[in-house]
Write a protein that binds this ligand. Sequence first.
Ligand code: MG
Length: 239
Amino acid sequence: MTISTASPTPADFAHVRDWVFDLDNTLYPHHINLFSQIDRNMTAFVADLLQLAPDEARMVQKRYYHEHGTTLAGLMLHHGVDPVDFLAKAHAIDYSWLTPDVDLGEAIKALPGRKFIFTNGTVQHAQDAARALGILDHFDDIFDIVAADYQPKPASQTYDAFAALHRIAAREAVMFEDLPRNLLAPKALGMKTVLLVPQVSDGTVLEQWERVDGSEDQSHIDYVTDDLKGFLRNILSAV
Ligand SMILES: [Mg+2]
């Protein structure tokens, strides 16, 4: 176990030139739960497509998610669904749940090097969410599910495609993610990995994280934090 919930040290991030961020539940906190709106839209899409009751549609939706990485991948494979149509309907949500995060914007802006959003959603969704957070202008590019040819994280070829497109040297890059499995491929490539976990008011970060994922091997995760802004500020004081 190389997990550290302590503050990063200068040497750990001094070499980093590319900063890669997942979007949902990473650049905004888990408790905002924007994804619940997307989740409901996907259930409605499946119910409409397959003429199912909502609870039946939800079972199909979740089965495809677990078997294919995303609900969309299963819908494309088994039902020939048009991904553009699905993604537009899934992301028809209210972004006013997100409000400008000035401190996060300042921290991201101050990071030395390029910054990317790498999401299983769409560019439009990432732009809308990042704009609502007031951080969009600080990113060099967004790599989305379309750029990934609809092969979602954690598929390793998608990380390869992302790294090749932007000529990212993995050993000079770090990835921030809220899903442990999505950090396997970046770690294998040589990137530093930071897991975002939900904030809890009572316990420590590690306790919460162990409750969530205690049964999985976590050796591919270098850091765990429930405070992205604080984590970045610590790095900035180091670079
Ligand atoms: Mg996420």
